[in-house]
Design a protein around this ligand. Structure first.
Ligand code: FAD
Length: 301
């Protein structure tokens, strides 16, 4: 029989990867290097985000359509409710279906920069659950939605937030992807609550390898993710040492995944930030490898 992939004998997990649409030609080249590097790992799907307030509608579409056309990957398009009428959102969804895209990550979206509170568009989908129902009426998309192990910052209560997740699933979503978190227990407690609430679809942990600790600290304050003191300690003194930071980040993320795997989780979504190296290294540690023939091609390329 084949040798065990890892010392703990656990099978390699299933992975998916998230990218954001590039703003410039240089960033586009960086994204495509990233996509090509990760492609041989055969993720279940790769998703492309939708800029705040729908600001990347064309760029997201172009990126998703190119992935569908030019790679062996299965693309998923993020789509939000913000700043658009139902008719406009439906039109974007139909264009995806026509381009062969079958998977949508359906989100409410955040208000555009400079706007304090979310206000639904008067003719728009108000919340993600409404968007899921709208998409279901358009075509038999596979639909993923967002989940928040530590609660969405605007949720009235943890219970209300869980009810909202349940509504999104009941409306037709078949998977939730979580906001990132750093403590395995945070996710596992949330999963227990989901199961108790009768949510049976996969709740896929979103994993953020930390490259820029200061940025993560800032972003976490906005999105409600707790940054534990031990994580700060891990990155202490490395502000001017990006190489060591990357190695530490790979180990920390691989450790989190292993803890979750030991608890029975076998599927993970990686926030790549369009940089392949950390995700590739972590996948390698976890036993996710290209086929031998593809590995040779990649190395020779
Ligand atoms: P919803 O599920 O609609 O919930 C939003 C808030 O409203 C929650 O507090 C909920 O409890 C509350 N709520 C829901 N229904 C009602 C109701 N009827 N009345 C009152 N309150 C209600 N943002 C982007 O702009 N582009 C992206 O590509 C993107 N990708 C993401 C991917 C993932 C995996 C995650 C976790 C988040 C992503 N986001 C993205 C961020 C997301 O848009 C924000 O977190 C947003 O604030 C909430 O979106 P949602 O889909 O979770 O909203």
């Amino acid at each position: 029989s084949a040798p065990p992939a890892r010392p703990d004998g656990l099978a390699p997990p299933k992975l998916s990867f998230e990218f954001f649409p590039p703003k410039t030609e240089a960033l586009e080249a960086q994204l495509w290097t990233c996509i090509r590097r990760l492609e041989p790992l055969r993720p279940r799907f790769v998703s492309v985000t939708y800029g705040a307030g729908g600001s990347t509608r064309e760029r997201t579409h172009a990126t998703v359509a190119r992935i569908a056309r030019e790679t062996s990957l299965t693309p998923a398009a993020h789509l939000t409710c913000v700043g658009a009428s139902r008719a406009e959102v439906d039109q974007v969804a139909r264009a995806y279906w026509d381009a062969g895209v079958r998977h949508i990550v359906a989100l409410r979206g955040d208000p555009p920069a400079g706007t304090a509170r979310y206000e639904p568009h008067p003719e728009g989908y108000a919340y993600a659950a409404d968007l899921v129902a709208g998409l279901r009426a358009i075509a038999p998309f596979e639909i993923s939605v967002a989940a928040y192990p530590e609660g969405h910052p605007a949720a009235l209560s943890p219970e209300a937030d869980l009810d909202n997740l349940k509504r999104k699933i009941d409306a037709g979503a078949t998977r939730a992807i979580t906001q990132y978190f750093f403590e395995a227990d945070v996710y596992l407690r949330f999963l227990d609550r989901c199961v108790a609430a009768g949510i049976t679809v996969p709740i896929v942990p979103g994993i953020l390898p930390v490259t820029n600790f200061a940025q993560v600290l800032k972003f976490s304050a906005m999105c409600g993710a707790t940054v534990p003191a031990w994580l700060a300690h891990l990155f202490e003194g490395l502000d001017d040492d990006p190489e060591t930071r990357r190695m530490v980040a790979a180990v920390a993320a691989a450790e989190l995944v292993r803890l979750l795997q030991a608890a029975g989780i076998d599927e993970f979504h990686f926030y790549t930030l369009n940089r392949p190296d950390l995700t590739y290294a972590i996948a390698h540690i976890l036993g996710v490898r290209p086929k031998a023939s593809e590995a040779v091609t990649t190395a020779a390329a």
